[in-house]
Ligand binder design. Structure first.
Ligand SMILES: [Zn+2]
Length: 383
């Protein structure tokens, strides 16, 4: 097929198949914009300057983005973690109530299919950072009842559950004694366990203990970013696949390209030093400074790097264990070329078509793999 025909086909497939995404940071973006605990919500049915909104979703064929209920590490042990999670969940619910002809909540794959048949975009939810449960197992039931379907065990720092790949302290050398109970509780409730952000030791302990498959909601293969523990080694991807789970690929430049990874780390260090030196705490000033450096340094990967990440997983463990976990709205202007927003999923599909992926394969990557694992985990809880 000629390039032009392939482009048309990629758009047709993006519309034809449900596209699910394991991780989009819209709630955090709305929080930063001042919409937490407010009566109104940002009108995301209009054009916005974020990576995700209704029009961009329709253009890109996105149907079921997991909304990340993100608890920053600085909230840990503040006794406000659960309250923050509740307020972010309230915001997602408010979006569906404000625009009922465009968005709907979804608790499982069949509800997403039902919403899709009515042309609605589903907003399933996952908690990013198990600190949200404030050390109480019963809060896992509580959040499941509020619609949370996965929980990332920690974020940028070690917490009461386990160690973080971004932390160097290795508080628990993996899971804490409480963390082991969290895994069993999540299994019995039917909440997906998300292994993004945890250390390798934690990962292997989770895989050992969990009775259900586990997912990585927004990680990429470490092969392309050697030494970056936030991504997954080939051995970990194999173990994940053996559990019948899957890796949802993070689109971030620093996740899929070694040079971008180094450049972005350098930018982060530069910004940190600048903040310390000048004692700045105004987030707008910090973002302005950071965006200026990003513009100068251009640390961007290409959409091809994301396609290569997907292809690597497929070559390693087969077609059944990979999907999308973009991290849109969470990457701060460092997305790859030709993959700048949710309007650009067809560019990934185009790359897969060029690599001779069949429609059936692409359908698995778009949603079927995630739905299979998710249904198995829900099924375990009802046994
Ligand atoms: Zn994250």
């Amino acid at each position: 097929m000629k390039e032009k025909q392939l482009i048309i086909k990629s758009k047709i497939l993006a519309n034809k198949f449900i596209i699910a995404d394991g991780h989009i940071d819209l709630p955090h973006r709305l929080k930063k914009a001042g919409y937490l605990n407010k009566d109104d919500v940002l009108d995301i049915t209009k054009d916005t300057d974020g990576d995700f909104d209704y029009k961009k979703s329709k253009k890109g064929g996105l149907d079921a983005p997991f909304m990340s209920i993100y608890i920053p590490a600085e909230f840990q042990e503040s006794s406000k973690e659960k309250k923050l999670a509740d307020s972010l969940i309230d915001m997602v619910i408010k979006i569906t109530e404000s625009f009922p002809d465009k968005f709907a909540l979804a608790n499982n794959p069949s509800e997403i299919k039902h919403n899709f048949s009515k042309g609605l975009i589903s907003l399933p939810m996952g908690i990013e950072n198990g600190a949200a449960i404030e050390n109480k197992l019963e809060n896992i039931d509580y959040f499941f009842n509020r619609g949370i379907r996965y929980m990332t065990l920690t974020h940028g720092k070690d917490n009461a559950i386990c160690d973080s790949s971004y932390d160097s302290t290795k508080t628990w050398n993996g899971l804490s004694p409480f963390g082991k109970k969290v895994i069993s509780k999540m299994n019995s409730v039917g909440m997906m366990i998300d292994v993004s952000h945890i250390t390798d030791e934690t990962f292997y302990q989770v895989i050992e203990i969990s009775k259900t498959p586990v997912i990585a909601s927004h990680s990429s293969p470490r092969k392309f970013t050697p030494g970056f523990e936030r991504n997954m080694s080939d051995d970990m991807i194999i173990k994940l696949a053996e559990s019948n789970g899957l890796i949802l690929i993070n689109f971030g430049s620093k996740f899929v390209n070694e040079l971008s990874n180094k450049k972005i780390s350098k930018i982060d260090r530069k910004v940190e030093n600048w903040i310390k030196k000048n004692k700045i705490n105004d987030i707008n000033k910090i973002n302005k400074f950071k965006n200026k450096i990003i513009k100068e340094e251009k640390p961007f990967a290409n959409v091809e790097d994301v396609i290569n990440a997907i292809d690597h997983v497929v070559n390693l463990v087969g077609i059944d264990y990979v999907g999308f976990g973009s991290d849109f709205d969470g990457l701060g202007n460092t997305l790859p070329y030709n993959l700048k927003s949710v309007a650009d999923y067809p560019n990934i599909i185009l790359g897969l078509l060029k690599k001779n992926y069949s429609e059936e394969d692409i359908e698995k990557i778009c949603y079927k793999n995630l739905f299979r694992t998710w249904n198995e985990i829900l099924g375990y809880s009802s046994n």
